[in-house]
Ligand binder design. Sequence first.
Ligand code: GLC
Ligand code: CA
Length: 575
Amino acid sequence: MTIDYTWWKDASIYQIWPASYKDSNGDGIGDIPGIISELDYIKDLGVDIIWLSPMYKSPMEDMGYDISDYEDINPDFGTLQDMQDLIDGCHTRGLKIICDLVVNHTSSEHEWFKESRSSLDSPKRDWYIWKKPKYDAEGNRQPPNNWMSYFSGSAWEYDETTGEYYLRLFAKGQPDLNWENEECRKAIYDSALKFWLDRGVDGFRIDVAGFYSKDQSFGDAPIFFKDQIYQPSKSLTSNGPRIHEFHKEMTREVISKYDVMTVGEMCHWNKEEALKYVGASRKEMNMMFIFDLVELGCENSDRFLYSHWNLLDFKNAVQNQSDFIKGSDAWSTVFIENHDQPRCVTRFGNDKKHHAASAKLLAMLQTTLTGTLFIYQGQEIGMTNLPKSWSIEEYKDVYTTNYYKEFVKKYENEPDFEDKKSKLMDVINLVARDHSRSPVQWSAARYGGFSTVEPWTQVNDNYPEINVKLQQHNPDSVLRFYQQSLKLRKQYKDLFIYGSFEILDYDNEKVFTYVKESGSDVLPKAYVVLNFSGDKVEFTPLIKGDFKLVSSNVMESEFEQSSLSPFEGRIYIVE
Ligand code: GLC
Ligand code: CA
């Protein structure tokens, strides 16, 4: 088998969420010059590409995923010149940079939307999705259908100016663009894509890439939550009838003209559907993010309906994300954190008793799986979720706050409200998006060295113990371990990046063991064994061969050949 090496397959990608990366000018908000000041740190980590979350002009209702001008920068983050300096600064260091492409919707402050909403016969009226109200039996005005917003409540917003509703699957200020309109699509290509590709950007992470084509009947969605009016609209708004035509057009008209990469945010998919987006011969996107692992234990349509997970579910999720490309020409991704997810060491490890060991264990898992690897800012030092003691007032994300408000409205008069509320707070404390959005902990200085003034959102209390500076000086730190693991991934790339993946001892509820093999029989295999439990467990190799240990997350003095300590992991090369 010949391996199709490609730069974006080989790459390790580091995601930066600008508001919380580094503040350079003492206003408490992270910014582009702050990122530029850490480019050497990023290079040193051993990654190849930066994925920058939205830095565009935005009223920040959804932290920049509500864009009011694709061709300008949020003044809190810097200027167009700063952005050019960042692009150039990456390139001179041999790094690439991709941006977020948010084109399912704009901000309601975008000029396009302002024109669209101004009158029924505005030339841009049809660039967004407008519908007439419905009226119930009592004559009350109602939204055109029962679709639910991802951020709670109806997905439709009434607009007084023309007496119609506009669709907004996310926040109030995020009207959905009408991809059915060709002129609108062309404007998107020019403004959101070409503008940046011509300035040297190396590709895009495509926001909600399955949502552009809506079912044009705009009928009601099936009832999923019996106790509420508004319902998940996925069957009518995701994977719609023209979605592949739109992706193909965008690739043909724009993306294919540059040597760039694309990765789509896709949520939950079956294999057959997924391959239509990322099969190489389909010429749509290079790869996609699937949420099986990060949303483990969460209800697909409502992450705060959380049950639990066990290691078998975990293995299954990893396998799904990796195996769907088997026997196809498609490519996959590896990730366990991003700006929409909590911190993996809290969620899947033990961030108190075994902080370093479990953060390193997750690094071993991530750096040995097949696909393009994505690491989120702070993951490399094992940043944790926000403290349990923080109240709802500390949570800033519109997803969390809207959900909480709706929850209070729905249950406040019930006798067990306090009990329900405290259960919800436990779930928020585990899976809210806010956990990944606290400022990066650079040092033990006040505000974690992120800023010289009080940041826009609080720094996690544990910055004196968990921070970059401390870890740079400690050869056994999580940060150093990530550096080594990223090197090892490249050293054995045929096995780790491009290799096959086979789980052994599937039913083991404490230990995750798998073998990575390259296509050829002559080359060695990798044997990865990860103890995901807080217990000491026995270890005997499950395959024959000559085992050479190439990575371990315990001190040499504590290493016992025949047992694994809590959260101990090992990577062997077997000949
Ligand atoms: C994606 C982004 C998320 C955002 C949403 C709406 O899921 O990752 O942060 O809120 O799209 O743009
Ligand atoms: Ca700043």
